[in-house]
Design a protein around this ligand. Sequence first.
Ligand code: FES
Length: 253
Amino acid sequence: MVQKPYKIKTVEQLNETTFRFVIDCKDLAEESWCGRFVNIYCEGKTLRRPISICEIDKENGTITLVFEVRGEGTKWLSERKAGDELDILGPLGNGFFPEKDKRAIFVGGGIGCPPMLGAAEDYGENAEVILGFRSQKQMILLEDFKRVAKDVSVATNDGSYGVKGFVTDILKEKLAGDKDAIVYACGPMPMLKGIAALCEEQQVKCYVSLEERMGCGIGACLACACEIHDKTGTHVLHVCKNGPVFDASEVVF
Ligand code: FES
């Protein structure tokens, strides 16, 4: 884990509220893998903003971050330009370890889609992807997912693109009768809860990346507590330190 200033290489606006930064950070890229995140200092804010790593290019020493403007901190971040430096702490968290000998389905919802891009890319060309958005206006990274995966399905709540409905509608069809598949998911809690329930019903292994409000990002402040239930009982763990990726069957939603 390192904390220092890194230069923003490129800035791109993906939709009204979502931005993509490529960061020049050789040492940080070296230690990164899919599903991990970084904590970024935003001017005037005591608490850093956690942003998941979208893609990693170890050869060129860069990571890609995709984030949504949700408040003053991320608004400040969105106003940074190529060439500016950001104070970044990371990489943090456990991340995904896609099992390459199984059929893998990657599910992303809204701003939960970016980490699934790196995960699908890591898995390889046979990755199957399901993306969910409120409407076409919020859609991001579709062409990027098509570049790395063999099959990309989209669900929008209002039906303005792809299937009208939820990612779970598509996932249910894809999982029918295939207990050997494995599901990786990131997105809003209700979506993850639905996916976890579906996977349990179909007896399919599932890993979810939880989004929680964070403070320190290193397990020191308890801001990101979550409940995990395993064979030994129920425990309070930290999303930042013990996660953000957990076995879905152990998460108390
Ligand atoms: Fe402080 Fe997780 S953010 S313990």
